[in-house]
Ligand binder design. Structure first.
Ligand code: ADP
Ligand code: MG
Length: 641
């Protein structure tokens, strides 16, 4: 092998200087080395494994700017804020910004000695971005949540497919680093091929979580079970449920039984969500009952339990959510509550997830009308989108509509963002001299302009986020007065003013089509449905399995072989038998095959199975306890189907 002379030392210095850590986790170092050698790299690490530093540290160690592609705007903003607070110059381009702001940001990225440019994927293929991409002095392209590129993954986003077009505009020396927490072998291959990796190069850690005991509990009355368990359990944790309504109900049930709990879902205001999340993080709230909206960006390592009241619809999701337990490497548990009715309820989600194609087309026409997009136009337009207003105006069923929109997204007609909180922004578009003349001529504005200039910097060169509330307090005026001042200054062409808003967005990625031209292709519907059913059934198989180590089951799904964990519910029961897995499986197989052709009584069975008698008896007892075998009225044994 060629000596590359790679030296980790400068990277370590950056790690310590900015983050205070003294060593890399094993895979981090491997990824950093691979990227330093200029190789396209796919890094697979479980959630919380430390993926961000694998691009952040190289970017800071080397010259140039790192382009980071990530789908969640809220998370993007969070990371950019965090980097800036470490005095690392970073900026973001996402759908909430207008053309002028995007242009500004790109110019800054080109000339302004920034280290990170975060971009949401649907911005990559826009003309404005591609036009300027070649002038970026790129050190690295990092693609976070890279599984979004795969149609076979559980979170496909068509805009990810366009990322590869970047290659036409940038130097081929710039490596791509794709990162994900969750990838089956098929998705792994897909990521590398869709990003046109120059060679296959996957670096992964084992997904094994040795400190988590996976427990499956078959219970009819989940409420009672939960109360009992949480009264005994120590420490803080998460209870995942499927619906917003149930979130609240379950939290109330816990509280009324003396358990310190609260609920969380995406229907709550951003402020309230932030507040609840931080109370839980600091330990003020012990148990948070939540939909799967909870978890993105949480950074709490001492989570002792993650309990699933409802079953998620894929192993990927289950692994990700349960994986929030025990990041501190101390013992933690991941419990799934399963009742016989769950299976049919879960299978019923297929119907809701896959509305009939005609219904999807109805939703398409409705949304185009709602946003007043005429036929043949709309491409690249960004609209504020209020889902609840939309469904109530057209009297559409919420879940079906939401899922129809997912198909329109999958098919590449439009994209949706989560709700984001955009502060108001101000940019002075006159020179300081002209501003001064204006102040002299318009005395009534003088005080307000001075206040603005005292409170914020940089407004002459770019849009700067401002807070009307703060300005109102400082000037002892009302918020509305501040707002009126801003609007007037904008109408005099002194400033550009973008009022803040909290909204989800729709981005049209194609012109509006006539209904009959609207295609929902089998690849994006039927095949997706098949894959979805397969994933769902795998999840059900996990819940119903009675003889495979839970941890091994999960790892196997991600293409990893493993020994049994010894601490899941199934292993624990077997531990009591005091048999090795090997012996147990051997005896079980022999019994099973014998019973397929014979109906012995227990005594006969013990005689024919060629193993020590006490061990065979243990296994038979275990099979009874687990409802695997039964006896007829003549005490003859039968393997239950
Ligand atoms: P991921 O994206 O893989 O889910 P993050 O990048 O968000 O994980 O990192 C999870 C946590 O691990 C963060 O708090 C981060 O600061 C921490 N971390 C990352 N690398 C190291 C390291 N080498 N030593 C100690 N902590 C680390
Ligand atoms: Mg991450």
């Amino acid at each position: 092998m060629m000596q590359t002379g790679f030296d980790i030392e400068p990277y370590l210095q950056v790690l310590t200087r900015y983050w205070g850590y003294t060593s890399f986790k094993p895979l981090q170092e491997d990824i950093i080395r691979s990227v330093a050698e200029g190789r396209d790299t796919l890094g697979l690490m479980p959630t919380g494994g430390g993926k961000s530093l694998t691009f952040q540290v190289p970017a800071l160690t080397n010259e140039g700017i790192c382009l980071v592609i990530t789908p969640l705007i809220a998370l993007m903003k969070d990371q950019v804020n965090r980097l800036n607070s470490l005095e690392i110059k970073s900026l973001a381009i996402h759908s909430g910004m207008n053309a002028e702001e995007i242009d500004n940001a790109l110019e800054n990225a080109i000339y302004g000695d920034y280290k990170f440019l975060y971009v949401s994927p649907e911005r990559i293929s826009t003309r404005i971005f591609q036009g300027k991409a070649s002038r970026l002095n790129l050190s690295l392209v990092a693609i976070d949540e890279a599984h979004c590129i795969s149609q076979w993954g559980y979170d496909f986003r068509p805009s990810y497919l366009k990322i590869v077009t970047l290659r036409d505009h940038i130097s081929d020396k710039v490596p791509f680093l794709a990162l994900t927490a969750s990838a089956t072998p098929q998705v792994i291959d897909d990521i590398m091929s869709k990003l046109a990796f120059r060679e296959k190069n996957v670096l992964r850690t084992s997904f094994e979580r040795k400190n988590i005991s996976y427990l499956l509990r078959k219970v009819e009355d989940k409420g009672t079970y939960l109360i009992n368990t949480l009264q005994k359990a120590k420490g803080s944790g998460i209870v995942y449920v499927r619906s917003r309504k149930r979130c609240k109900e379950v939290a109330e049930l816990l509280v009324s039984n003396g358990i310190n709990a609260d609920f969380y879902h995406a229907g709550l205001s951003v402020e309230l969500r932030d507040k609840k999340q931080s109370s839980w993080t600091t330990g003020e709230i012990r148990v948070i009952v939540s939909t799967n909206a909870f978890g993105m960006g949480i950074d709490k390592s001492e989570v002792r339990f993650v309990i699933h009241w409802d079953i998620p619809d894929s192993i990927e999701n289950y692994f990700q959510e349960s994986g929030r337990a025990g990041r501190d490497n101390l013992p933690a548990s991941a419990v799934m509550l399963y009742s016989p009715a769950d299976k049919s309820r879960l299978l019923d989600t297929i119907r809701k997830k896959f509305p009939p194609v005609e219904k999807i087309k109805d939703v398409y026409e409705a949304i185009c009308n709602f946003l007043q997009v005429p036929l043949g136009s709309g491409k690249d337009n960004v609209f504020d989108f209020n889902m609840s207003e939309f469904v109530s105006k057209y009297r559409l069923p919420v879940i079906e509509t939401y899922n129809s929109l997912q198909f329109l997204q999958r098919e590449g007609y439009m994209e949706f963002t989560e709700e984001i909180n955009n502060p108001s922004r101000v940019h002075f578009i006159v020179s300081r001299d002209d501003l001064y003349k204006f102040q002299v001529a318009n005395e009534s504005f003088d005080g307000f302009i001075k206040l603005l200039l005292r409170s914020y910097t940089g407004m002459f060169s770019e849009f700067v986020p401002i807070n009307e509330e703060t300005l109102a307090k400082k000037s002892a005026a009302s918020r509305n007065t501040v707002y009126q001042y801003l609007v007037k200054l904008a109408s005099f062409n002194i400033i550009r003013f973008i009022p803040g808003k909290k909204t989800a967005l729709v981005i049209f990625t194609e012109e509006r089509l006539m209904r009959k031209a609207l295609l929902i292709s089998p690849d994006n519907y039927l095949h997706v449905k098949e894959k979805y059913e397969i994933r769902l059934n795998k999840m059900i198989e996990y819940a119903e399995s009675e003889n495979r180590c839970r941890s091994a089951f999960l790892l196997n799904y991600f293409g990893e072989e493993s020994d049994r964990c010894g601490i899941c519910d199934i292993c624990r029961e077997r531990n009591e038998l005091d048999l090795s897995k090997y012996e147990f499986d051997l005896i079980l197989e022999e019994i099973k095959s014998f019973l397929s052709e014979n109906s012995p009584d227990p005594e006969e069975l013990v005689k024919v199975i060629n193993h020590p008698e006490d061990k065979v008896i243990k296994v038979i007892r275990w099979l009874f306890d687990h409802n695997k075998i039964e006896q007829d009225k003549d005490y003859r044994l039968k393997w239950k189907l």
